[in-house]
Write a protein that binds this ligand. Structure first.
Ligand code: UDP
Length: 143
């Protein structure tokens, strides 16, 4: 059962896939010491995106976010590394790429606050929920 501090869920968002950054981003992720233990190219339906981002359903940006996240293919992946959630949030940088530090994935690849190239879970509990949103347990290679 996936339930530990070593996993996080990422999505390479539609802007980054469209801009041809999929390979570079995967390379950066593995170079930073994360192991990919599940991976899929897929496209979210409106229902999927609304569910995934349901915590933001009352926010002014929700509708645009759902439209953006369903606008093209994404890459979903489960990543393994010690302290994965925190370490990966460091690697991706601030939500707004203008505030993201040099060398972070959002600084390198994001277009804007909304089209910010990449997702990373914000807690261990959400990492588990989001991993099981995208993958069946048997598709997650824990060892
Ligand atoms: N977002 C947006 N406008 C905002 C805040 C967030 O479009 O003012 C989008 C952005 O794509 C972000 C996602 O909604 O990645 C989820 O927001 P959250 O605050 O959870 O940021 P994250 O955890 O992705 O850094």
């Amino acid at each position: 059962m996936i339930n530990n501090k070593n996993l996080t869920l990422t999505m390479i968002k539609p802007d980054a896939v469209k801009n041809g950054y999929m390979g570079n981003i995967i390379n950066d992720i593995t170079n930073a010491g994360f192991t990919i233990i599940a991976l899929r190219l897929t496209q979210l339906t409106s229902q999927d995106a609304k569910k995934f981002y349901s915590i933001h359903k009352d926010k002014p940006f929700f509708k645009n976010l759902v439209e953006f996240m369903t606008s093209g293919p994404i890459v979903a992946a489960v990543l393994k590394k010690e302290n994965a959630v925190e370490e990966f949030r460091k690697l991706i940088g601030a939500t707004n790429p203008k505030n993201a530090e040099e060398g972070t994935l959002r600084k390198k690849y994001a277009e804007s606050m909304e089209r910010n190239a990449i997702h990373g879970s914000d807690s261990d509990e959400n990492a588990r929920i989001e991993s099981l949103f995208h993958f069946a347990e048997k598709e997650i290679y824990l060892d």
